[in-house]
Design a protein around this ligand. Structure first.
Ligand SMILES: O=P(O)(O)OC[C@H]1O[C@H](OP(=O)(O)OP(=O)(O)O)[C@H](O)[C@@H]1O
Ligand SMILES: O=c1cc[nH]c(=O)[nH]1
Ligand SMILES: [Mg+2]
Length: 211
């Protein structure tokens, strides 16, 4: 598993405002969107391209275009939905699949309530979107759905990750697939309710629930 932590003052600035308990939903949504676009630039660094011949107003030349099959982008509902527009802004031709997953706050088990993915993902580059990687249970379950359909190249784009969750994902994936995780920051730890510390609270609530 590869981990890329964005190291950029704009990312750090936006993340600080995002963490602030006084930042209300409208601003929170806007900042998530902006942050994802910055992370998407890193997450797509190895997106497959193929050469293409074009003619400029001056001469014929060779460039590149996104290769087939086109990438698949999968937001993990609810909170991951807030990251979709920021990602597809950079990958407008990507196909979009959906996973609806909710962590049981008692058992911390990830429960899947929606699954709309293409049947065959062999040869597809897949991008999972979820702002929070806490215990890692949700991301492991989501990666397993993709691998079961033949995917072997998965990049998760997250805003915050806990060290505990990263270790869980790494152990669960092993050498079954090429998995990368791109995050804005790796935080200190999980608290006794498995929330990320310092974190930003419940990302789904802050995006779509209580203001
Ligand atoms: O790493 P884990 O311990 O599994 O926790 C992370 C998950 O928790 C949050 O979703 P939540 O269950 O709150 O659902 P929501 O997006 O509907 O709020 C978050 O968006 C992740 O999906
Ligand atoms: O800190 C956390 C942990 C899980 N889910 C969240 O939204 N936030
Ligand atoms: Mg939530």
């Amino acid at each position: 598993m590869r981990l890329h932590v964005a190291d950029h003052p704009l990312v750090a600035h936006k993340l600080t405002v995002l963490r602030d308990v006084h930042t209300a939903s409208p601003t929170f949504r806007l900042l998530v969107d902006e942050l994802v676009t910055l992370l998407a630039y890193e997450a797509t660094r190895e997106v497959h391209v193929e050469s293409v011949d074009i003619v400029t107003p001056v001469t014929a030349t060779t460039g590149v275009k996104l290769a087939d099959p086109r990438p698949l982008v999968v937001p993990i509902l609810r909170a991951g939905l807030g990251m979709l527009d920021g990602m597809t802004r950079l990958l407008p031709t990507a196909e979009v699949g959906f996973l609806g997953m909710q962590r049981d706050e008692e058992t911390l088990e990830a429960i899947t309530y929606a699954n709309r993915l293409p049947d065959d993902l062999s040869g597809r580059q897949c991008f999972l979107l979820d702002p929070m990687l806490a215990t890692g249970g949700t991301l492991v379950a989501a990666i397993d759905f993709l691998l079961a359909r033949g995917a072997r190249d998965v990049t998760a784009v997250c805003l915050l990750a806990a060290p505990e969750g990263l270790a869980v994902v790494e152990a669960a994936v092993g050498d079954r697939a090429d998995v990368s995780i791109v995050v804005a920051a790796v935080d200190e730890r999980l608290n006794d309710k498995a929330y990320i510390v310092p974190g930003l609270g419940d990302a789904g609530d802050r995006l779509y629930g209580v203001v």
